[in-house]
Write a protein that binds this ligand. Structure first.
Ligand SMILES: Cc1cc2nc3c(=O)[nH]c(=O)nc-3n(C[C@H](O)[C@H](O)[C@H](O)COP(=O)(O)OP(=O)(O)OC[C@H]3O[C@@H](n4cnc5c(N)ncnc54)[C@H](O)[C@@H]3O)c2cc1C
Length: 402
C-alpha cells in the first residue's frame, strides 16, 4: 500500500486547507474544541454543515447520482483529517452517514427524492431509534410494535439512549411488524416524524452533566406506509447494513491523531504542578507514543476499508475491529488528557456551560475545561454502536471462524 500522497492529492489537501482557513469561523472551532460529547450540538454542527453544503462538499461518502462529491477514498480521508486538524465541528452523522446509505441502497425512488436532499441541506435532523430497555446488544428482542392499518402503521413502544432525540424532527426506527416468525424476521425499518402527538422525549443526563441521550416513548404514533424502508420484515438486514457503516464507515483515526498532536504539543509546555514539561515524564511519553502508533495503525486499516468500499466490497465484519480499536483508543486519549490537565480539569468539570458564552480564557485553558467531561463521556464509546464484548464475538465468529 502506497501511503504517500500523489501530486493531485497534495493539491486537493492544499485546497481543503485553504478552504478551512477561509471558511471555518473561529466560533465553530471554539465550539468544537469545547465539545466533550461524541456529537457536536446541532447549532454548531448544522452551521458547519450549511457552509459545506454551499461549497458542495457534503455527502462525500454518497454516490454522485444522489448528491455525493465523487471523491476517491483518499480524498475523503484527506478531507476528514484536515477537518479534524482544523478543529471543525462534527457533522450530524445520523442522517448523513447512517440513514443516507440505507435510503440510497434500500429506499424507494420517492424516499430518495424526498429525504436525501433534506439530509444534505440540514433541513431534517435525524435520531436513531434502535435500542430499547431490554434490547441493546440483543436487538432481536425489541418490543416496539408497528401494526399496519390501511396506508399507515400505528407504532407503540419505547426507545432508550436515543442520541439527540430532543433536537430531532425525524427518527429511523426498528419495530416489530410480525410476532409470528423468527424474532429477526419480524422486524421492519420505519421512518417516523417526531413532531406528532404521541411522541415524548425524556432526557437522560450523563455522568458529566451533559444531555446527549434520551428515552423516547411512542404512543399510537403514525408512520405512513410509504415510509417503510425496504420490505416489511427486512429491518434486521437493513439494521446490520447500517451498523456496519456506523462501526467502520466513518474515519475515526483522523480525530484521534489530531487530538494526540494537540496533547503532545501541550505536554511539551510546562503544565502547572510539574517540575518540567510532562512530555519528559517517561511513563507519560511512553503511553503517548504507544497510543500514537496504534492510531497510525488504525488509520491504515481505515484507508484499506475505504479502498475496499470504493471497489464495491461491503465493509463487512472488519468494521467491528475498527470500532473496538478506535473506542479503546478514544478512551486512552481522553485518559492521557486527564493526566495532563489533571486537577484543573476535574475542578472545572462542573464549570458549565461549555458552549459559546464561557469566559474567553477559562482557568487552565479550554482543553483543561473539557478534559474531565470528555473523559467521563467517552466511557460510552465502548458501549454505543454495539459494545466491545459484542464486537469481539463478531470478530471471533466471522473473521476468525471460531
Ligand atoms: C452514549 C450512548 C449513545 C447511544 N445512542 C444510541 C442511539 O442514538 N440510538 C440507539 O438506538 N441506541 C443508542 N445507544 C445504545 C447502545 O447501542 C446500547 O447501549 C448498546 O448496544 C448496549 O446495549 P445495552 O445498553 O442494552 O446493554 P446490554 O445489552 O444489556 O449489555 C450490558 C453488558 O453486557 C454485555 N453483554 C451483553 N450481551 C453480551 C454477550 N452476548 N456476550 C458478552 N457480553 C454481553 C455488554 O457488553 C455490556 O457490557 C447509545 C448508548 C450510549 C451509551
Amino acid at each position: 500500500m502506497d501511503l504517500d500522497l500523489s501530486p493531485d492529492e497534495q493539491a486537493f489537501r492544499d485546497e481543503v486547507r485553504a478552504f478551512l482557513a477561509d471558511h471555518l469561523p473561529q466560533h465553530l472551532r471554539d465550539g468544537a474544541e469545547a465539545t466533550p460529547t461524541v456529537f457536536a450540538e446541532p447549532d454548531i454542527g448544522r452551521e458547519w454543515q450549511r457552509i459545506l453544503h454551499r461549497k458542495g462538499w457534503l455527502g462525500y461518502h454518497w454516490p454522485v447520482e444522489h448528491g455525493g462529491t465523487g471523491w476517491t477514498p483518499t480524498q475523503r480521508y484527506i478531507f476528514e483529517k484536515e477537518c479534524a486538524l482544523a478543529s471543525a465541528p462534527g457533522l450530524p452523522v445520523l442522517g448523513l452517514k447512517l440513514l443516507a446509505p440505507v435510503l440510497y441502497t434500500f429506499g424507494t425512488p420517492e424516499q430518495k427524492a424526498h429525504y436525501l436532499p433534506r439530509i444534505l441541506s440540514a433541513e431534517d435532523y435525524w435520531c436513531q431509534g434502535f435500542s430499547e430497555p431490554g434490547a441493546g446488544s440483543d436487538l432481536a428482542s425489541l418490543k416496539t410494535v408497528a401494526v399496519r392499518e390501511g396506508d399507515r402503521y400505528i407504532v407503540n413502544g419505547s426507545k432508550i439512549w436515543t442520541t439527540h432525540a430532543h433536537f430531532a424532527d425525524h427518527m429511523f426506527c426498528l419495530a416489530r411488524t410480525d410476532a409470528g416468525v423468527k424474532p429477526q424476521q419480524g422486524i421492519s425499518f420505519l421512518l417516523i416524524d417526531m413532531r406528532q402527538p404521541g411522541v415524548s422525549v425524556r432526557p437522560i443526563i450523563g455522568l458529566a452533566g451533559d444531555h446527549e441521550v434520551n428515552e423516547v416513548f411512542l404512543d399510537n404514533v403514525e408512520a405512513p406506509a410509504r415510509d417503510l424502508v425496504g420490505a416489511e420484515g427486512q429491518g434486521w438486514t437493513i439494521a446490520k447494513f447500517l451498523l456496519e457503516n456506523e462501526r467502520g464507515g466513518s474515519c475515526l483515526a483522523p480525530a484521534l491523531i489530531a487530538d494526540l498532536g494537540r496533547l503532545r504539543a501541550e505536554a511539551g509546555r510546562q503544565p502547572a504542578g510539574y517540575n518540567g514539561a510532562l512530555i519528559h515524564d517517561r511513563s507519560f511519553a511512553g503511553a503517548l507514543a504507544r497510543i500514537e502508533l496504534a492510531a497510525q495503525a488504525l488509520e491504515v486499516t481505515e484507508l484499506r476499508i475505504l479502498s475496499d468500499i470504493a471497489q464495491g466490497r461491503e465493509p463487512g465484519p472488519q468494521t467491528s475491529l475498527v470500532k473496538m480499536v478506535a473506542s479503546t483508543l478514544r478512551q486512552e486519549v481522553d485518559g492521557l488528557s486527564m493526566r495532563l490537565h489533571g486537577y484543573a480539569g476535574l475542578q472545572l468539570a462542573t464549570a458549565r456551560p461549555l458552549y459559546g458564552n464561557e469566559s474567553p480564557e477559562p482557568i487552565g485553558g479550554k482543553a483543561a475545561q473539557v478534559a474531565a467531561p470528555a473523559y467521563l463521556n467517552s466511557r460510552a464509546w465502548t458501549i454505543f454502536g454495539g459494545s466491545n464484548e459484542i464486537q469481539r464475538t463478531i470478530i471471533a465468529k466471522t473473521v476468525l471462524g471460531l
